[in-house]
Design a protein around this ligand. Structure first.
Ligand code: E4P
Length: 274
């Protein structure tokens, strides 16, 4: 399973790279906003072109997802090609993030602009990560269009299911993969009971049909969700540096480490002084 960090902060990305087990980076306009604000706070001027080039350079060999901002087929393709032209030459690792569906007016038949853009970009050799996936069928259509990755948004789907039932929760709070039953009624969104269930259904569809597109579990908000994404066979997962590091923490590991350190006799310690 591939592990990605969801960040546009050079500092966070460099800590994540330092683990030696990072497989990629995902960004989005909100992550870029955070990064720009941080640089400004440090009293520095921001050249986002130079900044993104540096980001791509430091991640050489690992895919870096950069997102478009447009909402029509024409803009998605133009911006996707522009991002690819500007940043892919740096380290050949750019993946363009395209929303599965940026148009909501079904009457004008533009609801498929995202899918159409994924098809065009993929045909031109641009790798695509289809983002904002909330149903297995969106994932299927994106895969058919040629996306290399599809990103089901686990945390945000859990938020949606919980809040539509009036449940109060905090960002990052665990929501069970099997969803929730209240008064014998299973909470769900069009038959999907949780973010992890969404990932599981995408993985199953891709397996059954031999689809090569990778399921990138996104909007992973806590360690248990990461584990459950792994259990249901997500090919990749993207998370904050905080969640990635939290995956290494357990009180008994800390206690055990302390006991081993306390028990080191001088004879054993001297072995390491050679
Ligand atoms: C993924 O590609 C997205 O950038 C991200 O995972 C969204 O996470 P959030 O819902 O925690 O903002």
């Amino acid at each position: 399973m591939e592990l990605f960090v969801d960040s546009a902060s050079l500092d966070e990305i460099s800590h994540a790279l330092d683990t030696g087990v990072l497989d990629g980076v995902t960004t989005n306009p909100s992550k870029m906003k955070e990064a720009v604000e941080l640089v400004k706070k440090q009293g520095k001027k921001v050249s986002l072109t130079a900044y993104i080039k540096q980001l791509c350079r430091m991640c050489k060999g690992l895919p870096v997802s950069l997102e478009v901002i447009g909402a029509s087929y024409e803009d998605l393709v133009r911006e996707g090609l522009l991002l690819h032209r500007m940043f892919n030459p740096v380290a050949k690792n750019v993946v363009v993030k395209i929303p599965v569906n940026p148009q909501f007016d079904t009457e004008k038949h533009r609801v498929h602009d995202g899918i159409k853009a994924i098809r065009s970009l993929s045909k031109k050799g641009v790798r695509v990560n289809c983002t904002l996936v909330f149903t297995p069928e969106q994932a299927l259509l994106a895969a058919k269009a040629g996306a290399q990755f599809v990103s089901p948004f686990c945390g945000r789907l859990d938020d949606y299911i919980r809040s539509s039932h009036g449940m109060k929760f905090s960002k990052g709070e665990y929501y069970p993969a099997e969803g929730k039953k209240r008064w014998a009624k299973q909470w769900n969104d069009q038959g999907v009971v949780s973010g992890i269930d969404l990932v599981a259904q995408c993985v199953e569809i891709f397996d059954v049909h031999g689809i090569k597109t990778k399921v990138l579990a996104a909007s992973i908000r806590n360690v248990r969700q990461l584990r459950e994404a792994a259990v249901v066979g997500a090919h990749c997962a993207t998370m904050s540096l905080e969640t990635l590091e939290a995956a290494l923490v357990h009180p008994k590991t800390e206690q055990g480490m302390k006991k081993f350190s306390d028990d080191v006799v001088p004879e054993y310690a001297s072995l390491f002084k050679k």
